[in-house]
Design a protein. Structure first.
Length: 350
């Protein structure tokens, strides 16, 4: 198995960072936001079809003022996704990457603590706090902001076909985290113009394949399935797209119908975790996502008339679902809202 970091996401997010709606929380608001976000991620019970919930939770924990000890003045929140902004996630990545080196440079904690206790200068207390911050985060396993992982599932010698599993995780330009889980196979005779590179029992993606998936990564699973299935020598079994976010809080101009549900109460929230699957082993087309239309891309809407032909040609069906984590007291109102939309969804309180 080979894992490589993509840089395309970085350029895109840097360009979009200046245009997002954001708010910086500090002091008690900062601490309350971080702890509430960690509680939401725990309550969501994310499986491997979603971005890694444990790593995302660990990354968010590093933003807690109890952890950074005043090293940073607040946390910037993307008001459209409800998650920390790209700037905050990259700051944590940088700090974790340099933590071990910084600790080695700063000397022992005992010496720092003695200087802080015996000197009136604030700089020594700040040095001690910085040491403890780096010590807390040095082994943190962070969420990836944009990488692809390819593993070889099996090789079928009878028809010279290799079967692959592909995971692509990304902090999307919209501010949400997403994961694509793709199962596909590739015939050996076309490996000269291949999407996946096979070397003995090791698989890795080609740059062309990475660019292709990245280009479609903000679109729905059905669009990606039909595009991949149209490639020569490639047979697609499954494309699943799992998302973390958006999370809407009261008083932050949430879109309808969440604005009425949340009002101006900053303690109220609705967090969403969608699954969008196109696969040959799905028994029937079904849509259990009451709010999917709110987040559908313009390109996906334009492609809708051609999806019927693609389903017939490639033999896949589509299942869409969305689960929720809400503040206490919103379970019943949201359940009623979903039922009005004709769906029955998992709703957790946190």
């Amino acid at each position: 198995m080979v894992k490589e970091e993509s840089k395309d996401w970085q350029r895109e997010l840097e360009v979009s960072a200046s245009s997002i709606r954001s708010q910086t929380l500090s002091g008690e608001e900062e601490a309350r936001y971080v702890k509430r976000l960690m509680a939401i991620l725990r309550a969501a019970r994310l499986n491997d079809q979603y971005p890694d919930g444990r790593r995302l939770g660990a990354t968010v924990r590093a933003l807690d003022p109890e952890i950074h000890r005043g090293e940073y003045d607040g946390v910037q929140v993307n008001l459209d996704s409800g998650l920390p902004t790209y700037r905050e996630f990259t700051r944590v990545q940088t700090d974790v990457s340099i933590a071990a080196d910084q600790l080695a440079r700063m000397g022992t904690r005992k010496a720092l603590a003695e200087r802080a206790a015996n000197s009136p200068h604030e700089v020594h207390a700040r040095q001690l706090a910085k040491y403890d911050y780096y010590d807390d985060i040095k082994n943190t396993r962070l969420i990836s902001l944009g990488d692809m992982e390819v593993s070889l599932r099996r090789v079928d010698p009878s028809n010279n076909t290799a079967h692959f599993r592909i995971l692509f995780d990304k902090l999307d330009v919209s501010g949400i985290f997403l994961r694509y889980h793709i199962l596909l196979s590739q015939r050996a005779q076309v490996w000269g113009d291949r999407m996946v590179r096979l070397d003995e029992d090791t698989a890795s993606h080609t740059e062309e394949f990475k660019a292709l998936i990245y280009r479609f990564s903000s679109l729905d699973a059905e669009f990606v399935f039909s595009k991949l299935a149209s490639l020569s020598g490639v047979e697609v079994e499954r494309v699943c797209r799992g998302t973390v976010g958006p999370i809407y809080f009261g008083g932050t101009s949430a879109p309808a119908p969440f604005d009425e549900l949340l009002g101006d109460d900053a303690e109220k929230f609705v967090a969403m975790f969608a699954l969008d699957t196109a696969a040959t082993d799905v028994s029937e087309n079904r849509n259990n996502d009451p709010f999917g239309a709110l987040f559908e891309s313009e390109l996906s809407r334009k492609m809708r008339p051609t999806y019927g032909q693609a389903r017939t040609k490639y033999g896949y069906r589509v299942y869409r679902d969305r689960k929720f984590v809400v503040s206490r007291g919103l379970e019943a109102p949201l359940r009623e809202l979903c039922e009005e939309m004709g769906t029955k969804n998992i709703i957790y309180g946190a």
